[in-house]
Design a protein around this ligand. Structure first.
Ligand code: SAH
Length: 233
């Protein structure tokens, strides 16, 4: 069964866009994953197809109406896949989250609800018990860019998407460390040489060098990641 992604958005024409290219695009074409895009506006009932209204209590911006978003959500079966509202208030997206949600034994896919303007009426989240997911501590103008981020990083983890099975197991964060540096031909460029150990053909020495590099880099750049790694091993 392909991994099923559903995006609820006011801008359906924004999809697949980036997700139709490169790795994710090829996987989409190959049927490894499916993308369903739901236009929230289709669930508006008045003749102007209104989706938002001014906030109770006053203030700037507009809020997506609960009745409209609610109907859009009810057009889906929420029992087989988790649904997240993309929001800066959400749980931070991590590699661990991605791994769990792309494990074919436990996950059939994901549903992503994109907000716009000031966001959506809180009662939608309350009524359907929808958790929030954040891609970082900054504020986007809409959830669509966050949906690209979530789906791009998910699709590359699906079985058979990456050329070499192990290739994402070394990625930054997957092993709990930032990744070691990479080099390719030519061996000398702008007077800079590739580290000799990588040309030695000694796989044990290469692995040890890479691990050392990954550890040094992590310690220096991300003490928080290093602390978590140390406590894990
Ligand atoms: N007023 C809201 C922000 C609204 S931004 C607040 O301060 O919490 C408009 C929409 O962009 C949101 O509804 C959400 O879907 C999306 N968005 C903004 N920043 C995001 C982030 N860091 N991660 C995920 N989605 C985000």
């Amino acid at each position: 069964m392909p991994f099923r992604a559903t995006v609820l958005t006011l801008y359906p024409e924004m999809f697949p866009s980036l997700l139709g290219h490169s790795l994710a695009g090829r996987a989409l074409e190959a049927g490894v994953w499916e993308l369903e895009v739901i236009n929230i506006r289709d669930f508006a009932t008045d003749k102007h197809r209104t989706v938002d209204d001014t906030p109770y209590g006053g203030g700037a911006g507009m809020v997506l109406k609960p009745d409209v978003v609610g109907r859009a959500i009810e057009s889906l079966d929420l029992s087989t896949r988790p649904c997240y509202y993309l929001s800066p208030r959400g749980i931070p997206l991590t590699q661990e989250f991605l791994k769990t949600h792309t494990n074919p034994e436990s996950s059939a896919g994901i549903i992503l609800l994109c907000g716009h303007f000031e966001g959506i009426d809180e009662r939608v989240l309350q009524h359907y018990n929808i958790p929030e997911l954040s891609i970082g501590d900054y504020v986007l103008s809409g959830g669509e860019v966050a949906a690209y981020v979530v789906l791009d990083s998910m699709v590359r983890l699906l079985p058979s998407v990456m050329g070499k099975q192990a290739s994402h197991e070394q990625d930054s964060f997957s092993a709990g460390l930032l990744e070691h540096p990479h080099y390719t031909r030519p061996a000398v460029w702008q007077g800079l040489e590739v580290p000799a150990v990588l040309l030695s053909g000694n796989h044990g020495a290469v692995d040890a060098w890479r691990l050392q590099q990954a550890e040094d880099l992590t310690k220096r750049r991300r003490p928080d990641v290093w602390e978590a790694y140390k406590n894990r091993v």
